[in-house]
Design a protein around this ligand. Structure first.
Ligand SMILES: [Zn+2]
Length: 305
């Protein structure tokens, strides 16, 4: 006997019993209703679950955005702090630069306050101060020896003769200020290859090889005073003109040396200056005359003509 037969038997047994039939129908509806309710509940549970997952995703997304915003804000803050720090540093540097510049100007003013005694200092036995010497004009006393010489010693100058070269103090002071200014502009030290040369030393130079258009006789050289210096290279004018660095140095000296009382003695060749052009040779002539020569484009030889 299978399940189908049992079911048929059951219906047959109760089909005539109306009470049992109603009961069966009610039971059936009840079961159906319970199943419907259960489906509804499960459906809602699943729906809630889905909403919950969606909400969680949204929360995670939001958290990510908030984290991103905080990160950006933090980075901006760090950037702002960096900028502020940089600005403070720049301001500090600027103040330092201004201070250095003021100090430099102060020193420059000291230099400009050095009394211009080019025409006023009594000559006494020192005839080098205003003396124009050239290949045919000597010192009054050809054995002239200056007094009170000081060593050229500065952080901005290289003495090519092992720190042995000397000049008169006022020329040396102004040379050092000029060298400091040069260093501030060019970032290089001025090299002094020759400063004071005694009568004997000049005689020795002259005895070796040097012709009159290049080297003065002993007693006739500006180097025998305490006024003249040679810078960097003393070969030829052509060597200077064809060397970018030397030309740059010369251009700087040409624009600035007069502010410190220095003048390039031999600029215009033999027929005017008695010597070949010597871009390396600068003589301390005091500020007033140096400025006068520069402003009027004169050499010292033209001035004394
Ligand atoms: Zn010279």
């Amino acid at each position: 006997m299978n399940f189908k037969v049992i079911l048929l038997t059951y219906f047959k047994k109760y089909i005539n019993n109306k009470k049992s039939l109603y009961l069966f129908i009610i039971l059936f509806i009840l079961i159906f209703y319970i199943i419907f309710i259960l489906i509804l509940i499960f459906g809602n549970i699943i729906k809630l679950k889905l909403i919950n997952i969606d909400l969680q995703n949204k929360l995670i997304e939001r958290e990510k955005i908030v984290t991103q915003i905080i990160k950006v804000k933090f980075e901006n803050k760090v950037l702002e702090e960096d900028l502020l720090e940089k600005k403070i540093l720049e301001e500090k540097n600027e103040i330092k630069l201004i201070e250095e510049k003021e100090l430099f100007n102060e020193k420059k003013n000291i230099s400009s306050n050095v009394k211009s005694n080019y025409n006023t200092e009594p000559l006494g036995d020192d005839d080098s101060i205003v003396k124009f010497v050239t290949s045919n004009k000597s010192f009054n006393n050809i054995f002239y020896t200056p007094k009170n010489l000081v060593k050229i010693s500065s952080n901005y100058i290289i003495d090519s003769k092992w720190w042995t070269q000397v000049l008169k103090k006022v020329a040396n002071d102004n040379l050092q200020l000029m060298a400091e200014h040069f260093f501030n502009d060019i970032w290089e030290k001025i090299v002094v290859v020759s400063a004071y040369r005694s009568y004997e030393y000049q005689k020795w130079i002259k005895s070796r090889w040097c012709p009159d258009n290049l080297c003065a006789k002993a007693g006739y050289s500006e180097h025998q005073s305490w006024l003249a210096v040679d810078f960097w290279d003393t070969s030829t004018n052509y060597a200077w003109k064809s060397n970018n660095k030397l030309q740059k140095y010369y251009n700087w000296l040409f624009e600035n040396a007069h502010k410190y009382g220095f003048h390039n003695t031999y600029q215009k060749w033999l027929n005017i200056d008695w010597y070949e052009i010597e871009p390396w040779h600068w003589r301390y002539v005091w500020k007033e005359l140096a400025i006068h020569l520069k402003e009027n484009n004169l050499t010292i030889a033209e001035y004394y003509k």
